[in-house]
Design a protein around this ligand. Sequence first.
Ligand code: ADP
Ligand code: MG
Length: 615
Amino acid sequence: MTDSTQQFTFKAETKQLLNILIHSLYKDREVFLRELLSNASDALNRLRFEMVTNRDVLDANAELKIQITADKDAGTLVIQDTGIGMTREEAIENLGTIAQSGARKFIEAAQTQNADISKVIGQFGVGFYSIFMVAESVRVTSRSFRKDAEAVGWFATGEDSYQVDRAEMSERGTRIEIKLKEDAAEFTEEYRLKNIIHKHSDYIGFPIYIGESQEAVNKQSSLWRTAKQEISAEQYKEFYRQTTLDFEDPLLHIHLSTDAPVQLYALLYIPSKAERGVFSLRKDDGLKLYTRNILIDEYNKDLLPEYLRFVQGVVDSEDLPLNVSRETVQASGLMPKLKKVLTNQVLRELENLAKQNMESYQIFWREFGAYLKQGIAANPAEAEALQPLLRFKTNLNPENWSSLADYAARMPAEQNEIYYIVGEDPKSILRSPHLDYFQSQGTEVLLLTEPMDAFMLMGLHKYKEYDLKNVAQAEVATPQTPQNQPEAEKIPDADFNALLERFRQVLGEKVTDVRASQRLYQSVARLADADANANPELQRVYKYLGKEYEIPKKILELNPAHPILKNLLRQADGSDLQSIVIEQIYENALLVEGLHPDPSSIAARVQQIIEAALK
Ligand code: ADP
Ligand code: MG
């Protein structure tokens, strides 16, 4: 140790990670090379980005490359890049603590599910420290692109501490010298190294040289710039895994290359899960944006509308001026064009998926349907483009998903509106009194039972020439007259009017009116919106948003032929039981609407009714 040598202790979780990496045997440990090459590539990318605005860097003319040198006899492996390099402070900061959040999660996983570590490590990688799967000791020497910075040395054996000292290095970049463990000698074999590079790192955008060879080992061109027919399904998946560390295969990849109206390459993926996995490399929504192969934004959110924020991948455009900062990218006016092309393409490919692979589309719909619904709510102008992607359960097809086109195709000729019902859950909604009339006619009604549905309806009023109508609305005109419906005997008008009056007295201000319904068959009562313009969807939205909200006043409609009402008439007028039953009928109607503010409050009254029934 010289005077400038400083000793540091690894943080507790880093020690843990090192411990796991050093003391277990993995058949997948070759991935350490993938991790180091990916770091080198990151460093080269960052340098290239720096040089867009700053030519005053060390070795401005040096080739951007990665050099691998192996020494079989010495058992060493050296990986050197001409990237951005590190200052002393940066080396301490970057190599002394775990940078990847994935690594942190890995420790947790490793502690709980021992058996699968080797799988997990192969899939996810743990960044720089994976080097200790194969290294007895590691020496990093680095020189920053900043001309005034000194070279730094960093040394560790995987024990508790590492040392930092001054080092000799005249050229820009980072050199990583690995003294391999005895059982890791295979990694000095050139064929083995080539093999690993082809498998994991072929599409790194900088040349990787091995030994004296002047010929790069890797393909270099990035995958998204490679012609589709040259890329295998497995390579598409591998690229997805590497950029996201998502454990599951994507549902769909979209590989696009266009010249008009803008030049762009894009490689986009639809994940198979909405939730980012715990190991995910992606810490935020957004696409990686490159101009001419230079990464200028890791999480760009302007390339797709918000409702497609689950889409992963890369966009690269030659049309973006090279001399741009992230801010001027926004201002360049190109972004809206890129966004339009990409959005159209994603929507089109999703439509195709729905046509070609129902099973995948159902997964998509389950995971991301709510995003599209939100999209319709937030961008009514774009609703039309999203409509073909919507799927619904209906009263006549409660098990299968139907599109609006399916629904329209099944409509009888005389029907010219699309009906829907909004409710709390798919089972109870089928018992809704609003459906009575439609069920009796065999008329199809869309069942909207998810929170996002209420929002969606704010932007979905029409499909083709058909208006969408809520069956809860008091005055929905329906095309047919009831058929096959035995005419149940109605309560005589005079009696029924007296009953209505009784309801009005008991319910008072809670309802705007009580009246006879023409469209109830099984149900005793329903609540209908008095005003055709009332917005039941909005009421629900408020409820979901937890906004202070009052039960909107509605009309209580009664079924003049219902046996309960007939029996109710037989009760002594003004009796307690009659009042209680009336209140209960009203609150039941609120319940099936999903609008009851305090459902448990019903219990006490129900008990009174039970007592009366048992007498
Ligand atoms: P990640 O790559 O996810 O940031 P790593 O553990 O792989 O995490 O690397 C830790 C950090 O060390 C990197 O973020 C980077 O700052 C630094 N680093 C690693 N390798 C290099 C390199 N070759 N050149 C410059 N910096 C590097
Ligand atoms: Mg890394």
